[in-house]
Design a protein around this ligand. Structure first.
Ligand code: SF4
Length: 204
């Protein structure tokens, strides 16, 4: 067992006191996690995918049905839109980025993740961010944006600018599912946010 990373953990769970500093070890630990009720209904833990040394990281909400079955984040229609925006606005693809979620197991019936589930799971995301150390983090939707920016404000008000996040810059934008529902206006704003992320990547 290698070095471990101190984590805030969940107030109710001192067991997530230290997490591995190696991404592979962290993934192995997460795949066995039963720290919240979502463990009882998942098919797969959806840890995250991509380049462990990525400069650009995307953070979504949690796995849906397709992701739960595949064990990979952002597959299905939302994933196709995310891939298209990456390619068209940033000129990249998921093999060169890293994609993770706030919660790693699917909330049943695609309900919102509960506060205690987010608290239990967020140490894994924080550890992923620390290990990968991206330059730019794009949060997709309210859950990721609120968690990482520590705010109750919604993404509609927060998007349109970037925020310092440690040594990274954080760019909030909508979840792709919102763009699929919300039509051309939401999609245009998402495109602008992706362009903002690209400029930040190129500016360093
Ligand atoms: S959602 Fe996170 S905390 Fe809950 S069981 Fe899955 S990996 Fe563990």
């Amino acid at each position: 067992m290698g070095e471990r990373l101190e984590s805030e953990g969940s107030p109710a769970d001192g067991a997530v006191a230290a997490l591995p500093v190696d991404l592979g070890e962290l993934e192995r630990e997460t795949l066995a996690c039963t720290k919240c009720v979502l463990a009882t209904s998942r098919t797969n833990v959806v840890f995250g995918v991509g380049d462990p040394e990525a400069l650009l990281m995307f953070v979504g909400e949690g796995p849906g049905r397709d992701e739960d079955l595949a064990g990979e984040p952002f597959v299905g229609r939302s994933g196709a839109l995310l891939d298209a925006l990456m390619a068209e606005e940033i000129g990249t693809d998921r093999s060169r980025c890293y994609i993770a979620n706030v919660v790693k197991c699917r909330p049943p019936s695609n309900r919102d993740p509960a506060r205690e589930e987010i608290e239990a799971c967020s140490p894994y995301l924080k550890a992923q961010v620390e290990i990968i150390a991206p330059r730019v983090i794009v949060t997709l939707g309210n859950f990721a944006t609120r968690l990482l920016l520590k705010t109750n404000e919604g993404v509609t008000r927060l998007r349109g600018r970037s925020y310092p996040f440690g040594r990274a810059q954080l760019v909030p934008t909508y979840h792709p599912a919102a763009a699929l529902r919300g039509g051309a206006g939401v999609l245009a704003e998402m495109r602008a946010d992706f362009v903002r992320a690209k400029r930040l990547l190129l500016s360093k």
